[in-house]
Design a binder for this molecule. Structure first.
Ligand code: CUA
Length: 403
């Protein structure tokens, strides 16, 4: 099937055309023969039966064997093409799809998550299907793929996008009031654009200096926590002094930028008393000037670990919140996020109606125990967002209060 640009669609279309073609042929043939016989053997022309034949073994054999063969070819053709839909080509890119009421989330091998399915063209894509709540169904009409996503069950589909563009994804299994909103797209990009898109993100929120220390293996000999090792610890160097042996004489120097740079570029010049002169020099080719500065700044405490605050908009999108809550004020299944930080809500608590101001405490409860304080007029169908980290919840609350 590899010769086709859109192999899964081709497999399904071939079988459809084959079966539909035969059916059409038989329908036409039978109808034509019926009409001819009705006209030819009409009662006004032949008032009495003209034949009392008991049977014809050849005719009966043919009309039994021929349809059996036709049906068997339909089965064979359908089966082999179905097998093609289930056999994922080697080297397929695997993406995990998670369905929840009422959104899709896609997770890529490097851990990034999106609400649209981004893929390169002309590359087999295997989508593993997962559901966190109820039965959904992953349906992409353009690729003729449709498969249930079942909580607790592994399932998959594969496809290959023939050209760049957007292809609709639907949920094809009724899964509650938001079912019709479980719409997103496959975004097929050129191979180059995809390579660009999937460039590795900065792997961690660590400051550059620390990353270099780890990459270069510095921490193998120098501890970062004050403990002693093969080399002196790098713990809180700012303001400290070092006893060195310089030209055979013991001297005490302050640890500053200059000292550290020499200690990295030409370590044999400034060996700390009590340690062996075994550290290799790190030249420009190994640690660039820029990285050296980053290391020095880090060691002198000039950079604190950057807090990689997760982006609230991204969190809302990738966790599917926007599937039910609009951000533009339009009415959805659930209250809009627009202006949510500035309004009062009427909720039902313990069976009583209560109007309260939206604040951080309210939003936290709405996220973690949505059933507890249902906004009047909405059905209690939001799942508890306990899959978010406390930090992510804080970011979302802060963001919503500013809406
Ligand atoms: Cu999910 Cu319908």
């Amino acid at each position: 099937m590899d010769q086709y640009a859109n192999p899964t669609a081709q497999a399904v279309d071939n079988v459809l055309i084959y079966i539909f073609g035969f059916s059409l042929l038989l329908l036409l043939g039978i109808t034509v023969v019926t009409i001819i016989f009705v006209v030819k053997y009409r009662r006004s022309k032949y008032p009495e039966p003209t034949s009392d034949n008991d049977g014809n073994i050849w005719l009966e054999t043919i009309w039994t064997v021929l349809p059996v063969m036709i049906v068997m070819t339909m089965f064979w053709y359908g089966w082999t093409n179905y097998v093609g839909l289930r056999e994922v080509p080697a080297g397929a890119l695997e993406i995990k799809a998670t369905a929840r009421m009422w959104s899709w989330q896609f997770e890529y091998p490097d851990g990034r998550k999106t609400s649209k399915l981004y893929v390169p063209v002309n590359t087999p894509i295997k989508v593993s299907l997962h559901s966190v709540d109820v039965l959904h169904n992953f349906f992409v009409p353009a690729f003729r793929i449709k498969r249930d996503t079942v909580p607790g069950m592994e399932n998959y589909v594969w496809f290959q996008a023939p050209e760049e563009g957007s292809y609709d994804i639907f949920c094809a299994e009724y899964c509650g009031v938001g079912h019709a909103d479980m719409i997103t797209t496959v975004e097929a990009m050129s191979q180059e654009a995809y390579a660009d898109w999937s460039k590795p993100l900065e792997p961690s929120g660590d400051p550059r200096g620390l990353i270099v220390l780890n990459e270069q293996g510095c921490t193998g000999c120098h501890s970062l926590d004050g403990s002693d090792n093969i080399g002196p610890s790098l713990f809180e160097l700012a303001g400290q002094t070092r006893k060195l042996i310089r030209d055979g004489q013991p001297v005490e120097v302050a640890i500053d930028e200059n000292y550290l740079k020499i200690a990295i570029r030409e370590p044999e010049l400034e060996v700390v008393a009590g340690y062996d002169p075994i550290m290799p020099p790190y030249d420009e080719g190994t640690i660039s000037a820029e990285d050296l500065q980053a290391v020095v700044d880090y060691l002198l405490g000039k950079v604190v670990a950057a807090t990689t605050a997760p982006d609230a908009d991204q969190l809302l999108e990738e966790n599917g919140c926007l599937g039910c809550h609009s951000s533009d004020g339009s009415e959805g299944i659930a209250p809009t996020f627009k202006g949510i930080g500035q309004r009062d809500v009427t909720i039902e608590r313990d069976g009583k109606e209560l109007t309260i101001k939206v604040d951080a405490e309210y939003l936290r409860r709405a996220l973690l125990e949505p059933e507890a304080d249902m906004v009047k007029g909405y059905a209690p169908m939001m799942p508890a967002a306990d899959y978010l980290s406390p930090e992510q919840i804080d970011v979302i609350i802060e963001h919503l209060l500013k809406q």
